[in-house]
Ligand binder design. Structure first.
Ligand code: ATP
Length: 306
């Protein structure tokens, strides 16, 4: 195989709790992650020269060693002594610096792509082990679907898929530094921790209402204080039929959960009309069971990895 097309899916956090801080500055978290059908595209191909040639559709995304795709390719080349090079084009759609793990997901797909292109036969757990060196969310981006993420994000437990629903995803025209948000979080001040165990029970019972009512993100307090527009977007979603709405990760992306497609479309159009955000989408959750089928099917046809 000389060329591969990949989709790198974004995620939202249905729940995010911070439970401690390690001496090295990393935080211990407990999060319920959900992959959504909003994705970047990667095209990777082998080249003879021993180089990594990266291009993207966005001028403000770095195309050098700072890009997680570049880092993933460099790591695999080094670990497995690969002397050939790779040309990769990254077509970004997941909002950048937005709490949707876009970079981590690109990184995960690049690791997967290298494994395929160079027939390394590495299993997903091995790719996860390599990926965590590049970012705490990379192992989850390889796993995908609905999952509990603990430790710094590397301890993963698959959860039952979220019941069918729609997400309106809205990112205002501001950037948020993940580091800033974590540095300004005062663990002692957290009054109410998200009910993660309750949400897991709701997932087991296929209870969308039970999931929606437990949406909670400990980092919201820090980011919303800086950017009140996040609260305004949440409010607009709730006024327009969302079962509930929440900021994802360290923000500023907000998502609302809807059980009705027409209601979700209406909410999306309202948010666009009010010019509250720069990027907005209406997407469904990524269902790993359906996706695994698609993967095998596509692979048989020798086409793309979903
Ligand atoms: P997380 O949800 O994990 O906190 P994020 O959404 O906050 O991720 P990303 O979009 O993944 O943030 O990337 C943030 C920063 O990383 C940007 O400033 C960007 O310059 C750099 N970066 C490195 N690689 C990528 C990539 N492949 N796509 C986007 N940004 C990248």
């Amino acid at each position: 195989m000389d060329r591969i097309h990949l989709k790198a899916y974004g995620k939202v956090n249905l729940a995010l709790d911070v439970i401690g801080k390690r001496p090295n500055g990393y935080h211990d978290v407990r999060m319920i992650m959900q992959t959504v059908q909003l994705f970047d595209r990667l095209t990777m191909e082998k080249i003879k020269e021993d180089e990594i040639q990266l291009t993207t559709n966005l001028s403000y995304v770095p195309c050098n060693e700072q890009n997680l795709v570049y880092k993933a390719i460099a790591l695999i080349k080094q670990e497995y002594g690969i002397k050939e090079g790779v040309r990769v084009h990254l077509d970004k759609h997941i909002p950048v610096s937005a709490g949707m793990a876009g970079g981590s997901s690109d990184c995960a797909s690049a690791l997967y792509g290298m494994n395929q292109l160079f027939a390394l036969n590495l299993k997903i757990p091995k790719l996860m082990e390599l990926g965590v060196q590049l970012g705490a969310d990379v192992p989850y981006c390889l796993l995908r679907g609905t999952a509990l993420s603990e430790g710094i994000g590397e301890i993963l437990t698959r959860l039952p898929a979220i019941p069918d629903c729609y997400f309106v995803i809205a990112k205002p025209a501001i950037s948020v530094s993940t580091r800033f948000v974590y540095e300004h979080l005062n663990l002692q001040e957290i009054e109410q921790h998200p009910d993660i165990d309750g949400m897991i029970e709701a997932l087991k019972e296929t209870d969308l209402q039970g999931v929606a009512k437990r949406l909670s993100n400990t980092l919201e307090s820090v980011t919303i204080k800086q950017h009140p527009i996040i609260a305004k977007i949440k409010e607009t979603m709730l006024e327009h039929g969302a079962m509930n709405a929440l900021m994802s990760g360290s923000g500023p992306t907000v998502f609302g959960i809807y059980d009705n497609l027409d209601t979700a479309k209406h909410a999306l159009f309202t948010i666009r009309r009010q010019r509250l955000v720069k990027q907005s989408y209406l997407v469904e959750p990524f269902n790993i069971r359906k996706a695994e089928y698609a993967t095998d099917n596509e692979r048989r046809k020798g086409k793309r990895y979903e």
